[in-house]
Design a protein around this ligand. Structure first.
Ligand code: AMP
Length: 285
């Protein structure tokens, strides 16, 4: 596996690979890699000639600076995991390579309601930072296929919308959420959970599953209130539990109102903010 820190060197290598007719699958990450991240690498390896992974803890998508400070950074462990997973190239740039001083690369697209709801309410500016870094990384890597996890459902609807608005030829591949045996969605942030909160956190997935059965017969308001109550009772502090249309991300009041319903949740487990989601009806496109 080749490891690059400089844009020019990565691009020189990628240009050669493209000229040789190789297809490139790309998975952007923030590191502290787990099995969920590696599933993106495996999918890229299965479908493309080359798997390229970036590890970059993007400062512009953190609205909370202490969250940025505390974000786990494990470059040596990550490199070993990627090597094992068959990754072909790892890009680990310093901030100045991604954001050259003096250039304002901020993505100013209008995502309509997509970046206003849920995470958009609680993490102002997060999606502008996320879209900016994904666009910048795509401009650098120019992959054929982009691999992202369903775990960050709102993120991928915004990336899909961005690719459409930019007329991008990149094909977005959505990989299912990888979970711990007790249902907790794998996340780099899980490393920061206290033992007590780690024990409580599976309630998030249990609540999503319960919502799936309940929503068929009850209005959203009731299902939502029960879900929030269940999360509180387990010692978590939920920020939202929303039942939304999987495309528009607008709230769905009743089961019959949409063919594609996703439940999305964010909750604090002690000092760690966790998100998760579950498709209740229909299929992720
Ligand atoms: P992150 O490092 O958290 O920015 O995530 C990098 C990519 O990995 C994103 O596309 C995430 O959606 C994806 N990802 C994170 N956790 C999981 C998981 N548990 N299962 C599948 N994909 C994941």
């Amino acid at each position: 596996m080749l490891v690059f820190t400089q844009v020019a060197e990565l691009q020189y290598w990628l240009d050669g690979q493209r000229r040789a007719g190789k297809t490139i699958g790309f998975a952007p990450t923030m590191g502290a890699l787990h099995t969920g991240h590696l599933s993106l690498v495996h999918a890229a390896k299965a479908e493309c000639d080359l798997a390229v992974v970036s590890i970059f803890v993007n400062p512009t998508q953190f609205n909370d600076l202490s969250d940025l400070d505390k974000y786990p950074r494990l470059p040596e462990e990550d490199t070993a995991l990627l090597l094992d997973a068959g990754c072909d190239a790892l890009f680990m740039p310093p901030v100045a390579e991604v954001y050259p001083p003096g250039d304002d690369l901020t993505v100013l697209l209008d995502f309509r309601q997509l970046d206003q709801v849920m995470e958009g309410v609680f993490r102002p500016g997060h999606f502008t930072g996320m879209a900016t870094v994904v666009k910048r990384l795509l401009d650098i890597v120019q992959p054929h296929r982009l691999y992202m996890g369903q775990k960050d459902y709102q993120q991928l609807t915004i990336v899909r919308d961005m690719l459409r608005q930019l007329d991008s030829p990149v094909h977005l591949v959505i990989c299912p959420t990888t979970r711990e045996p007790d249902g907790l969605a794998m996340s780099s942030r899980n490393l920061r959970l206290t033992p007590e909160m780690r024990a409580a956190a599976p309630v998030i997935y249990e609540t999503l599953q319960a919502a799936k059965t309940e929503f068929e017969t009850r209005p959203a308001a009731v299902v939502q209130a029960q879900a929030l109550e269940r999360l509180h009772a387990a010692g978590l502090r939920p920020e939202y539990f929303d039942l939304v249309d999987g495309i528009s991300l607008l709230p769905v009041a009743h089961w019959a109102d949409s063919d594609f319903i996703v439940a999305c949740v964010a909750a604090w487990a002690g000092a760690v903010r966790l998100i998760d989601n579950l498709v209740l009806k229909g299929q992720t496109p």
